[in-house]
Design a protein around this ligand. Structure first.
Ligand code: ADP
Length: 603
């Protein structure tokens, strides 16, 4: 779609510039013009012209010591300096020149008035008109002053508009929105039966899952104008400006109905009003205006408001009540099938080898959002160019997953031999503990090539299919796998390193969640001890229990992690020979595949 933006500078600004130019013109140029209409001559010429009867009137200005006189047609004004001439009066009299002490008009009154007053005004109005017409064209609507106007981007229809087919996966969301498209095509059908469309639809989900794309696709499918604005663009420095923008946005939308208004990141203005004194007045006023506007227009006017947010729980209840944003469309992270489809959609934009296994890539990229998958495909294309290939291969795509997850490979050897050996044991420790427990995802790859993200190596495990539920045993096994790296170091080197810091973080997080949120401890039963505050943005949790319970929880977490750590140590002790063998092999090769690993382990 083509994006048409409104101008940044208010009209007032241009008016002021034009006014200044005109004032300068009047002060500097006009006296100069007037001055130049008087012809300066010497006294001889004056006498000569008098005697030849070429003068009609004369004015003797004693104060300025000059004589002004006109030709017989009184078109040209001449001036000359006065000299001590006793015959002057008689000469003028003799030649029939009328003279007086009063000032002669320097030019014809009409011309002077035209130049100094009418012309500037005409220019001023002309330029003003021209500019305001240009602004109107660019803003796509009538505009008087730009003060407090919204800067909504208007997407006009164009042939490359986004359609539902461009948004892969997200079938539920698309089904939900198809109804809106149908309504925009044929509102009459809905009016006849008395059904009214929801005025507002809230798209909620983690970042990069295609919410903006879906909103654009609705506009593209329905072939209607699409107004897009980010919530933060409403909030201005001055109280009341945001509200003015909301008013203006809705005014424009109503004029262009049927149309779609899309407000991205609506939590920027739609946050709960907490009633505290000294709150953000501008934000609250803007929100109030939005609520009023949504109530203000009738059902079935053809204006549909879509909004997107990653933080639905922070929205004001007034915003989500029926009659406002009452329909909520979840746009979740894609599942395996969705990931595969998204990869295929984006792979169409680049050249890929025929034998690429998208299913395998999709499985490897578990947990990736649509935006990340798009990024992975692009990285693969870049990598192919770097390698001098004409199309991206399976290896390009697999490597680019690792680039997106862990960063680029570090080119220079940064590890000493001793460190490299420790990292090899650490990673094989993870892999063996994972492989020796039931229900763990199979190991796909083990590598000890350092990455720019800081990872010195990693073990990639890939699920076979979708996994929606995790049992207590699976979670415990996962914790054991996290501790496997450190356990291998302890077992082999008898000391520990900082390399396990990330594992420790992950293991603790999981153990805590098991106890406080999943009800997987014997003592607390099904009591929620933590609430998740940011479901779509990393899932931060805040404790909701007494200080004493917190202490108990901490003790339980420690106990749980310790138990799994012990288990990992036991597993590795039992597989010590394999650990040594695979670690030294990994040390040599730096990267081994899951199949190679399993082959040695099961030999
Ligand atoms: P959001 O608004 O949810 O943060 P966007 O709609 O801006 O995410 O998506 C960002 C980019 O990610 C899109 O431009 C697109 O390239 C890619 N993308 C995300 N989801 C999908 C999807 N379902 N199908 C195809 N591409 C997607």
């Amino acid at each position: 779609m083509n994006e048409v933006k409104t101008p940044k500078k208010p009209l007032l600004y241009y008016y002021v510039i034009v006014l200044l130019v005109l004032l300068l013109f009047n002060f500097l140029a006009m006296p100069w013009i007037a001055q130049n209409q008087i012809v300066d001559v010497d006294y001889n010429t004056f006498i000569e012209m008098t005697e030849n009867g070429e003068i009609s009137r004369a004015e003797l200005q004693d104060a300025t010591n000059r004589i002004l006189f006109t030709d017989t047609n009184e078109k040209i004004v001449y001036k000359t300096a006065m000299v001590d001439d006793p015959d002057l009066i008689s000469r003028l009299n003799d030649n029939g020149v009328s003279f007086r002490g009063e000032e002669i008009e320097q030019s014809s009154g009409f011309l002077s008035a035209l130049l100094s007053w009418v012309l500037p005004m005409v220019i001023f109005i002309g330029i003003g008109q021209y500019m305001s017409r240009r602004f109107m064209q660019r803003a796509g609507g009538p505009n008087s002053m730009m003060f407090g106007k919204n800067s909504a981007k208007v997407y006009v229809k164009s042939s490359d508009g986004i359609k539902f087919s461009d948004v892969a996966g997200e079938d539920e969301a698309k089904d939900n929105l198809r109804e809106i498209v149908d309504y925009l095509h044929d509102p009459q059908k809905y009016r006849e039966i008395g059904a009214s469309m929801p005025k507002g639809i809230l798209l909620v989900g983690p970042p990069g899952t295609g919410k903006t794309m879906l909103a654009k696709a609705v506009a593209g499918e329905a072939n209607v104008p699409f107004f897009s604005m980010s919530g933060s663009e409403f909030v201005e420095m001055f109280v009341g400006m945001g509200a003015a923008k909301v008013r203006d946005l809705f005014k424009q939308a109503k004029e262009k109905a049927p149309c779609i208004v899309f407000i991205d990141e609506i939590d920027a203005i739609g946050k709960k009003r907490d009633g505290q004194l000294g709150g953000n007045d501008e934000r609250e006023q803007t929100l109030n205006q939005l609520l009023t506007e949504m109530d203000g227009f009738e059902d079935n006017t053809g204006v549909i408001i879509l909004a997107a947010t990653n933080r639905p729980e922070s929205l004001d209840p007034a915003l989500t009540r029926p009659g406002r944003f009452d329909r909520r469309v979840p746009v979740e992270l894609p599942d395996l099938k969705g990931r595969e489809e998204i990869l295929r959609v984006h792979a169409k934009k680049i050249k890929v080898a025929d034998d690429v296994d998208f299913n395998r890539i999709a499985r490897m990229a578990s947990g990736a959002s649509g935006a990340e998958l798009a990024n992975i495909v692009n990285e693969a294309a870049l990598r192919a160019v770097r390698g001098g290939r004409r199309f991206a291969t399976q290896a390009d795509l697999e490597e680019s997953i690792e680039v997106v997850i862990a960063g680029y490979q570090k080119k220079n050897a940064i590890l000493t031999d001793a460190e490299k050996r420790i990292v090899a044991y650490h990673e094989v420790g993870h892999a063996i503990v994972a492989a020796r427990q039931s229900g763990s995802a199979p190991v796909q790859k083990i590598t000890i090539v350092p990455r720019t993200s800081g990872a010195l190596g990693y073990t990639m495990q890939v699920e076979e299919g979708n996994h929606y539920l995790m049992s207590r045993e699976e979670l415990e096994n996962k914790i054991a796998t996290y501790t496997g790296g450190r356990a291998a170091e302890e077992l082999v080197f008898g000391s520990v390193t900082t390399g396990a810091s990330n594992d420790i973080e992950q293991a603790t997080k999981l153990a805590r969640a098991m106890i406080t949120r999943y009800g997987m401890s014997d003592d607390f039963d099904m009591v929620a001890l933590e609430t998740v505050t940011n479901q779509y943005l990393g899932g931060d949790a805040s404790l909701a229990c007494s200080a004493k319970t917190q202490a108990d929880v901490d003790a339980k977490v420690v106990e749980l992690v310790k138990r799994q750590h012990r288990k990992a140590l036991d597993i590795l002790e039992a597989n010590r020979a394999k650990l040594d063998e695979i670690a030294s092999w990994l040390y040599e090769k730096e990267t081994i595949t899951g199949d190679e690993f399993m082959a040695i382990l099961n030999k």
